[in-house]
Structures are given as C-alpha cells and as structure tokens.
Design a protein around this ligand. Structure first.
Ligand code: HEC
Ligand code: HEC
Length: 233
C-alpha cells in the first residue's frame, strides 16, 4: 500500500513539475533559434567587453569540469540548463534569485548568469547539451561502505519516508531525461551532496519536488545516494 502511494506521489509530481516549467520555457524559446557555434564561442572565451568570464575556466573544456566544486555541464538537457541560468538571476531588485548558495547568499553563478542575454543562455545550453561526458574527468563513486545504501535509495527510494526512487526521474543509469531532469551520473559527488542540502534548506528554492525529497533524507542518506549516483554510467 505504501509502495503504491509513493508511486502516485511520483506520478503527480512529474506532471506538476513539467507543466510549471514548460510555461517558463515557452517564454524563453520564443526569443531565438539556438546557435551552438555562438554558444561554444562564449562558453570557451567569455566576452571581455561585457565582463563575462570564460565559463570553461571553471566548468572545464566542453563542460567537463575537473574541479569538484564546479559541476559538469556536458550532455545536460538543454532546457534544464536554460532554466538554471534563469533561476540564478534575480527577477528584480527586491526579489532574490530562486537558486541561491549556502545561507541564502547569492550563488557564485548569479553574477555570470545575470550578464547573459536570453539568446546567450539558449546558445550555451544548446552547445553543452551536445557535448559528451569525458570518462577521464567524470566524477565517480568512492565509498564502498555506503554503496548498497545508495543503490537502495536510487532504485527504490525510502517508501517509509515517502522518498521516491531517484531512478524514476533521473533515469536508471543516471543520464537524466531530456527536458528538465538533469544528469547525475559522472557528476562530482560533493556537488550532488551540496545541492541536495541546498534543496533541503530552501536556499535552492527552484524546485518543490526536490525540496520535499531532500527534506525527508538524513545527511547519511544524502551522502550515500550522492556517491552512488556519481558512479553510474
Ligand atoms: C568562477 C567559476 C565559475 C564560472 C566562471 C562559471 N561558473 Fe557556472 N557554476 C559555478 C559553480 C561553483 C556552480 C554551482 C553553483 C551553486 O551551487 O550555487 C555553477 C553552476 C552552474 C550551472 C548549474 C549546473 C547544474 O547542474 O545545475 C550552470 C548551468 C552554469 N554554472 C553555467 C555557467 C555558464 C554558462 C558560465 C559562463 C557564462 C559559467 N557557469 C561560469 C562556477 C562557475
Ligand atoms: C519526481 C521526479 C524526481 C525524483 C523522484 C527525483 N528528482 Fe532530483 N530532480 C528532479 C528535477 C525536475 C530536477 C531539476 C530541478 C531544477 O529545476 O533545478 C532535479 C534535480 C536534482 C539535483 C540537482 C542536479 C544539479 O545538476 O544541480 C539533484 C542532485 C537531484 N535531483 C538528486 C535526486 C536524488 C538523489 C533523488 C532520489 C533520492 C532524486 N533527485 C529524485 C526531479 C526528480
């Protein structure tokens, strides 16, 4: 019965999540047809005239970051990336961005994202979505002791605490699902862990479903599933 209930929660969550974001996306898409070459240029070199640092200096060549604090972006869904760049940007002087860092402070990304035009976001996201995860620099699982726990949560969730299976939305192999479900396989485990804690604290307030999921998980659950997810391929 409990298992049944958690399936229903997942299904309705999926519907709610996608209808809310597709409205926001539709408004952005109307701007321009994405241009991967322009996206690559801005990603790799930045734009000194506009004070935009090269994204590659932190996120690595073609979105394969070698620094664990900076997420891998290669092969992430186009729409997901566009949404994040919007969520880092404050709507006006009085409203903080929906996606913030620890303690509610602006994320390091807020300044960079705010400097981008809607066309820039579309172009960079389109370019990154076409890149491949580099197995040489990708994140990996390293914690043997919590592997089984992580796999249990990934595949079956924690029905007793109404945590749905991660695999249902991030796909069984962690590759994500086109549209709005990010890839977690090969992501740096410390980044995954940090994001789950930011969802839980509400500093990353750009997705209600992920807040509710993280809110029902202990630090140990979060660490176990973050490590396991990173090791998926
Ligand atoms: C100084 C280093 C730095 C630079 C330069 C930088 N980023 Fe980031 N980026 C980060 C960090 C750190 C995070 C994680 C932020 C957080 O959790 O609040 C991040 C997060 C992101 C995310 C969210 C990824 C996800 O999985 O949700 C996107 C998208 C992104 N950056 C795109 C860009 C783009 C595009 C540029 C260039 C215009 C850029 N970044 C420049 C450090 C950087
Ligand atoms: C009902 C669907 C759903 C389920 C189940 C789900 N997620 Fe998510 N998750 C999402 C969506 C949608 C996003 C993107 C949120 C946004 O727009 O920022 C996301 C984002 C994330 C992110 C941020 C990734 C990044 O690149 O910043 C992490 C980490 C994450 N989920 C981990 C998990 C884990 C671990 C589980 C299982 C305990 C899980 N998710 C279960 C839908 C789901």
């Amino acid at each position: 019965m409990k298992r049944m209930l958690s399936r229903i929660v997942v299904a309705s969550g999926l519907l709610l999540g996608s209808s809310a974001v597709s409205v926001a996306y539709a408004a952005d898409v109307a701007v321009a047809k994405p241009d991967a070459a322009k996206g690559e240029q801005l990603y790799a070199n930045g734009d000194a005239a506009r004070g935009i640092l090269a994204c590659a200096s932190c996120h690595g060549a073609a979105g394969n970051s070698t620094i664990p604090a900076n997420p891998n972006l290669s092969g992430m869904p186009h729409e997901y990336l566009v949404k994040q760049l919007g969520d880092f940007t404050p709507k006006d002087d009085k409203t903080p961005p929906a996606r913030r860092g620890p303690g509610g402070a602006n994320s390091v990304m807020t300044a960079f994202a705010t400097a981008l035009t809607p066309e820039d976001r579309q172009n960079i996201a389109y370019y990154l979505a076409q890149q491949q995860l580099d197995p040489k620099t990708a994140g990996n699982a390293t914690k043997e002791a919590t592997m089984e726990r992580g796999q249990h949560i990934w595949r079956g969730g924690l029905p007793e605490r109404r945590v749905p299976a991660c695999a249902g939305c991030h796909s069984p192999n962690g590759a994500g699902i086109p549209g709005f479900y990010p890839r977690l396989s090969g992501q740096h485990p410390s980044y995954i862990e940090e994001q789950l804690k930011l969802f839980r604290s509400g500093d990353r307030a750009n997705n209600t479903i992920m807040h509710d999921i993280a809110d029902r998980m202990s630090d140990a659950d979060i660490a176990a599933v973050a490590d396991y997810a990173a090791g998926l391929r």
